[in-house]
Design a binder for this molecule. Structure first.
Ligand code: GRF
Length: 221
């Protein structure tokens, strides 16, 4: 058997997507080794989850650095030093410096709570509701220098229901995020997925014409 994929996770908040990855690993359905959980917030719940799971933790304070680039260069150098093969942004709320992230393009993914390219940035649930959208969703994409703009690997879609409000919609979507992110990492761990520069994704060596779709716990073309 090949060795598990070495992954690092960055998170700024509660870390429920991190927990979903840990749970999948624990269930034996995700062959990964967590080499680091990092955060820009010392109080992030994700760091507590990492501690409970025995994963090395790193909290760096952006205010201790003269610039965004200096912070990101130090952060990425520390991640690189762990031997991480994949970097997963799971609720990491800082914009990344384009030059600092460049060596990680193709090895870094992000989960974003919208059907990209719709609603890059913040308040995605509110914006979907205000637009009167009939459906909403989450996307996992390769990270490039363009905020929430890298090629989309896979999406989970849900219908917007009468009575949905911002928090409820976010909560309903989160349950799908928790299946979407492990499913994508599973494909990467199986060496089935690759970044096809500059704006594509390849599955089993074939360029995708559209993002994969989550059905149950599986990703389908
Ligand atoms: C998720 O909605 C994710 O899509 C977004 O930030 C949130 C993080 O939640 N990028 P959690 O910290 O994983 O619970």
């Amino acid at each position: 058997m090949s060795s598990p994929l070495r992954i690092a996770v960055l998170a700024s908040g509660r870390g429920s997507n991190l927990q979903a990855l840990i749970a999948a690993r624990d269930a034996g359905t995700l062959p990964v080794e967590f080499v680091l959980v990092g955060s820009d917030k010392a109080s992030a719940g994700a760091l507590d989850l990492a501690q409970a799971a025995g994963i090395p933790r790193l909290a760096l304070n952006p205010k201790a650095y003269p610039s965004r680039r200096d912070f990101d260069l130090d952060l990425f150098a520390r991640i690189e030093a762990t031997g991480a093969e994949l970097l997963v942004l799971a609720g990491y709320m800082r914009i990344l410096d384009g030059e600092a992230l460049h060596p990680w393009v193709g090895r870094m993914i992000n989960i974003h709570p919208s059907l990209l390219p719709k609603y890059r940035g913040l308040h995605t649930h509110r914006r979907a509701l205000e637009a009167g959208d009939l459906e909403h969703g989450a996307s996992v994409h390769y990270v490039t220098a363009e905020l929430d703009g890298g090629p989309v690997i896979a999406q989970a879609r849900i219908g917007i229901e009468a009575g949905d409000h911002e928090d409820l919609l976010a909560q309903r979507l989160l349950a799908y995020e928790h299946r979407l992110l492990p499913a994508v990492v599973r494909l990467i761990a199986a060496s089935r997925l690759a970044y096809a520069a500059p704006d594509g994704v390849a599955l089993d060596g074939e360029r995708l014409s559209a993002p994969l779709e989550l059905r149950g716990d599986e990703l389908r073309r």
